[in-house]
Design a protein. Structure first.
Length: 216
């Protein structure tokens, strides 16, 4: 059998943001005002989600203090709202690591993004009403990251949250299935290597895994 010559090369990219959905994390500040922060280091398993965050940011401080948040998921038409939050922080003074990258302090992040805050049903953290999907969540566990890395030790944390309520706009629901989100209708905003992308319309092909009922 003829062997194919590999076209791969060894590289050391500065970041490995290979493409994940954008999340706008809603939390409450110490004075009760709402905070909103974009991130994309998140992944889900069942009704739990892992959030990778820098400890110096306002969002993890709020999250660890209150034990709750809302994971607001913007669609691809909300790219302008998300981009208005770029390089803003709720931390005052701005942490040196963010100041060197051009971040500025903004007290009212919802106003900056031009989004509408509303308290959750079962958590006090804010929902962003324009987001088609809003996941109310509570903190389950906190995991230290990069403990063996001298440079990154103590700088990052992975927060495990449990989703306790799901809000979904009717426009993304599957016809005849009131509790299922239709992947042909839901168009998440994706961040890949610090750039915004969306999904191509339609499935690439039939999925045998998708034949398994979601309840199973």
């Amino acid at each position: 059998m003829e062997l194919c010559e590999s076209t791969t090369v060894v590289i050391e990219p500065a970041i490995l943001y290979l493409g994940t959905p954008v999340v706008l994390i809603g939390t409450n500040n110490e004075d009760g005002t709402p905070n909103l922060a974009p991130m994309s280091s998140a992944w889900w398993l069942g009704w739990r989600c892992m959030l990778g965050l820098a400890r110096s940011s306002k969002t993890p401080q709020n999250l660890l203090r209150t034990g709750e948040c809302v994971l607001n998921l913007p669609c691809d038409t909300m790219v302008d709202a998300v981009d208005r939050l770029a390089r803003t922080t709720g931390s005052d003074p701005v942490p040196p690591s963010k100041l060197s990258r051009g971040y500025r302090y903004e007290k009212d992040k919802f106003a900056v993004a031009r989004l509408t805050p509303a308290a959750g049903d079962v958590v006090a953290a804010p929902r962003a009403l324009e987001c088609p999907i809003q996941l109310e969540a509570r903190v389950e566990a906190v995991h230290e990251m990069a403990s063996g890395d001298e440079h990154w030790r103590g700088r990052t944390v992975a927060v495990e949250v449990k989703v306790v309520r799901v809000h979904a706009d009717r426009s993304v629901l599957m016809a005849g299935e009131p509790t299922r989100i239709d992947p042909d209708k839901w168009r998440p905003l994706v961040m890949s290597f610090q750039q915004f992308y969306g999904l191509a319309p339609g499935k690439l092909r039939h999925s045998r895994l998708g034949e398994i009922p979601e309840q199973a």
